[in-house]
Design a protein around this ligand. Structure first.
Ligand SMILES: CC(C)(COP(=O)(O)OP(=O)(O)OC[C@H]1O[C@@H](n2cnc3c(N)ncnc32)[C@H](O)[C@@H]1OP(=O)(O)O)[C@@H](O)C(=O)NCCC(=O)NCCS
Length: 170
């Protein structure tokens, strides 16, 4: 399996990966499409197996309260793997590579909204313990992972995702 950056020619395959990963729902696929169209992905990676895209992960910038410096914190969402390729380490590999790329892009911390049973293995911790809140009323499901030492020392408040995450009007 190869992990490499997303390119525009991957768009259809990536749409399909999320549609199938999320049981036929296209919300996540369309979020990914909008973020790419707006050029707002900090990191976007595909997993390729036998010349086929089997997984994709995206990290986008989030703002924290009235923090001026947008881009220091990124949100991991979505991550999806084709059903027939799940539980083979593809998702973990995409996420771990994503952390490295995020750090290279100057990101200090990553937030995620999801299942702590899955994300805690990557070092994510409950974000409220770092003074970070979210717009969705989640508690233990909203997590953060610092990528650099002291990354969250001066950061607290409500985390807001890009407008591309809001459902479309059509
Ligand atoms: C979540 C997902 C990306 C994980 O990718 P993957 O390639 O299957 O994961 P890995 O092979 O790296 O890891 C497998 C482990 O994750 C666990 N896992 C997978 N999905 C999980 C979930 N939703 N909640 C808790 N644990 C989960 C598996 O039980 C397995 O655990 P184990 O290592 O203890 O056996 C993939 O299952 C998927 O696309 N799911 C549907 C879409 C989704 O829910 N995305 C995440 C929300 S944005």
């Amino acid at each position: 399996m190869e992990i490499r950056p997303f390119t525009a020619s991957d768009a259809d395959a990536v749409f399909e990966v999320h549609r199938r990963a999320f049981e036929g729902r296209t919300d996540e696929s369309r979020i990914v499409q909008r973020l790419h169209d707006a050029d707002k992905a900090v990191v976007s990676l595909v997993a390729v197996e036998n010349d086929r895209i089997v997984g994709h992960v995206l990290f986008s910038p989030v703002s924290v309260a009235d923090q001026k410096e947008v881009g220091k914190v990124a949100g991991l969402a979505p991550v999806g793997v084709l059903p027939e390729n799940q539980n083979e380490g593809v998702g973990s590999s995409l996420i771990e590579h994503g952390f490295v790329e995020c750090r290279d892009a100057g990101v200090d911390a990553v937030v995620v909204l999801g299942d702590p049973g899955y994300y805690s293995r990557f070092g994510f911790e409950r974000a409220s313990e770092y003074g970070l809140g979210n717009e969705y009323g989640a508690d233990e499901g909203f997590m953060v992972k610092p990528l650099t030492e002291g990354a969250l020392d001066d950061v607290d408040g409500i985390v807001t995702y890009r407008p591309e995450f809001q459902s479309d009007e059509d």
